[in-house]
Design a protein around this ligand. Sequence first.
Ligand SMILES: [Zn+2]
Ligand SMILES: [Zn+2]
Length: 264
Amino acid sequence: MSHPTYEILALRYAHLAERTQRDVLVFPEDHAAPMPLDFYIWAIRGEGRTILLDTGFDRASGDRRGRQWLRSPLDALRSAGIDPDAIEDVVLSHMHWDHAGHWAEFPKARFHLQDAEMAWCTGRCMCHRSMNFVFDVEHVVTAVRHVFDGRVAFHDGEAEIAPGITLHLVGGHSGGMQVVRVPTARGWVVLASDAAHFWHNIRKRSPFWIVPDFPGMIRGWELCERLADGPDHIIPGHDPAVLRRFPTLSGDPDTVQVHLAPEA
Ligand SMILES: [Zn+2]
Ligand SMILES: [Zn+2]
């Protein structure tokens, strides 16, 4: 690999225990099988920079929706030795409420968004509760304010945002979801975020229930598989197994190093 390589941390900040396959899959295999969700942000570091993927939700918003808050995403970063004030690049995989809070707490950041996602979360689909409930209008308004402040970097499809690190537009789960491909010492890793909530989704071709575009979701899985060096190089967005499988950082059970080989 001619690119530099980077470390990637998956930092868990919240949890949702009471979910089964029936609740979260369009085609459950075993309706009553537990399928809890974890909530993560991801930090990519190397070459003197830290790039953040997603910013997580704030506590009030999580409490309203009954999520179990473990720690602030900002505190999670600080515990890993990352100063949020110094982060210059934040990638938003998509604008759903649980991925796009805390804009004000990254004072130096540019926010990388796909054109299609901004069009989606400010456009006609948002007239409908059945489409807009996965967004927090305050996040969307904040994003628009940041556009006017010149702090949103728009992308239309693939873009390289640092040497070797690329963004890729995928369909399926939102209007303009993007995944991030990162060169690491173990090869190309793809941070799928909600392009695959669980390994189950991508491996069994079984979509999470929020899927406005099912064909786009399938093409997104295929793209993730082309971009990654293997099935364990695709990191799902909400899968508790990520924490179980990868080595922790300094013994913190909620922060794992996904640039290293899985241990289980
Ligand atoms: Zn989502
Ligand atoms: Zn999500």
